[in-house]
Design a protein. Structure first.
Length: 229
């Protein structure tokens, strides 16, 4: 039972939610370019104002830990850690792919097992992905995968798999030939999907060490070259 501020900046989405006892109180989000540095603190102020709650009353800060954009994750985590330091509040870290999977758990009467595969765009034909069952249990751990004609062939033999997230477009033409592959468009991470997981973590006292916590980058940062270099 807690009042938790949730921060999501792992992709082009900048999203902040405030929840009490696992129920959404307010939400502010925008999907576009990487303007998190300019928007994040303003969004935090907005959700607190909408709910008419002071920041000092928050019990914990939850942040989407990745995988995802290096810059986006760094901004979100540094902001969350700064708030935790200044307010002396615990820090909760939520796997970005897990909260995406939680948002897409459909009811199904199909006799064949259904799995959920959230995907985030990496470079070229690579994606960050994981596979979950409908109860949110991890079936295939988070990894960076290069998509080819053999991708997910093993699990597609015996399961219907729902692919979604901005990385799923990369494998749609390749994998969609399999009748067990289902694709859902326009699914992005959101702070509202963190609420259930952050509430569970708070009740279980699953907190991070604010001093040493780092985002789950999954891959080392590689700076892109400027044009003309």
């Amino acid at each position: 039972m807690a009042l938790i501020l949730n921060i999501e900046t792992a992709t082009t989405v900048c999203s902040v939610s405030l929840a009490k006892d696992g129920k959404l109180l307010s939400l502010k989000e925008q999907n576009g370019d990487y303007s998190h540095a300019e928007n994040l603190t303003l969004f935090i102020e907005d959700v607190l104002k909408q709910a008419q709650i002071k920041l000092s009353k928050v019990d914990a800060i939850a942040v989407s830990k990745g995988p995802g954009s290096y810059t986006g994750l760094r901004i979100g985590v540094s902001t969350a850690k700064g708030l935790c330091y200044s307010l002396d509040k615990p820090l909760i870290a939520i796997n970005t792919l897990q909260q995406m999977a939680l948002s897409q758990q459909p009811a199904t009467n199909n006799q064949q097992p259904v799995l959920l595969c959230p995907m985030l765009d990496a470079r070229r034909m690579e994606v960050y992905c994981a596979v979950y069952d409908l109860n949110g249990k991890e079936v295939k751990e988070t990894s960076a995968e290069i998509i080819d004609e053999h991708s997910f062939a093993d699990i597609l033999k015996t399961n219907k798999v729902i692919f979604f997230g901005d990385g799923s477009a990369k494998c749609k033409e390749i994998v969609s030939k399999n009748s067990n592959a289902i694709f859902i468009d326009d699914v992005v991470p959101s702070a509202k999907n963190m609420i259930e997981l952050s509430e569970q973590a708070y009740n279980a006292k699953q907190f991070e060490d604010v001093a040493y916590f780092e985002p789950f980058y999954l891959k080392d940062f590689v700076a892109g070259k400027k044009k003309g270099e």
